[in-house]
Design a protein around this ligand. Structure first.
Ligand SMILES: C[S@@+](CC[C@H](N)C(=O)[O-])C[C@H]1O[C@@H](n2cnc3c(N)ncnc32)[C@H](O)[C@@H]1O
Length: 281
């Protein structure tokens, strides 16, 4: 089986990974045939999956620019994934050169590739850690070195909470992070849902089954359940909405080399799931 130089030693390349499947959907090159097969199987049920991913990235870029516009230039991006076009540190620095970013992921390929991309960067780093253990993230030396938690931070939980099962207590994980953040900090979140998907729930469940088969269950939550993640935050207008509807700004995505927000927004799949931003009082 192929094992390219960028694959860190010790990873099992016969098992698909969430981050490499996502990389494939976004047109990246850090994925294996097993990942592509799983992605194609998921797309048999939900052919518009890449449109959802593009809408997710476009939302993230707008939210990062919004944060910088609010004077928040420190970012903690958990479940950051394999670096692709328009990473958080690139978007944030285009808006504010002093922006600092700590990325966190538990996937070895995401961590190794982030480390390579960030080599020599003294204002951005990557931590190998698990969202289910927020105290370990907060105690990471990279967080202490790069982020001043006495000042507002933008906490990004973008397309990651739906990989935490209820038994993992995702609400406690978010609360643990929230309690460590200064007032004025922002929570930037997107989450998969059956709400908004232009398919019946039975058909969409086929995609959920693909993720279950690779032992990374995708947990669809309702809009109300997703809104609960913002407990302790005040929702910024327009609230928790379909991703293209969160402060759309026309062609902003095009500047970052990805599909323009307007383009993704034409596809009904882009309106699946939810995104929102909250501010800690
Ligand atoms: C769909 S990707 C999203 C990447 C990026 N946030 C974005 O929206 O473009 C989900 C990422 O979350 C990571 N992830 C899943 N569960 C995690 C956990 N418990 N702790 C840390 N990272 C996790 C995966 O490895 C993957 O890289």
């Amino acid at each position: 089986m192929e094992r390219p130089a960028w694959a860190p030693p010790g990873i099992d390349i016969s098992v698909p990974s969430v981050s490499r499947i996502y990389d494939y959907y976004l047109g990246g090159s850090h994925n294996f045939e097993v990942d592509r097969q799983a992605a194609r199987r998921a797309m048999e049920f939900m052919p518009g999956l890449p449109k959802i991913m593009q809408a997710n990235r476009a939302f993230m870029r707008r939210a990062v620019r919004y944060a910088v516009g609010q004077g928040v230039t420190q970012f903690l991006d958990i479940g950051s994934g394999i670096p692709t076009f328009g990473n958080v540190h690139e978007i944030a620095r285009a808006a504010s050169p002093e922006a600092r970013v700590v990325y966190v992921d538990h996937d070895p390929v995401a961590v190794a590739h982030s480390r390579a991309v960030l080599a020599g960067d003294d204002r951005a780093d990557i931590v190998a850690a698990d969202l289910r253990k927020p105290q370990e993230i907060l105690a990471a030396p990279e967080v202490g070195r790069l982020l001043d938690l006495s000042r507002p931070v933008a906490l990004l939980l973008v397309a990651v909470l739906h990989f935490l099962e209820d038994a993992d207590d995702p609400y406690a994980a978010v609360a643990g992070l929230r309690d460590a953040l200064a007032p004025g900090s922002l929570l930037v979140l997107t989450h998969a849902s059956y709400e908004g998907i232009p398919l019946t729930e039975e058909v969409a469940a086929g995609t959920v089954g693909v993720y279950r088969d690779i032992r990374n269950p995708l947990v669809m939550r309702s809009g109300a359940e997703i809104t609960r993640f913002f407990d302790g935050f005040e929702l910024v207008e327009p609230g928790v909405v379909a991703m293209p509807n969160w402060r759309p700004d026309g062609a902003s995505g095009a500047a970052d080399g990805e599909a323009a927000d307007g383009e993704a927004a034409e596809d009904p799949y882009a309106f699946s799931g939810f995104g929102g931003v909250g501010r800690k009082a």
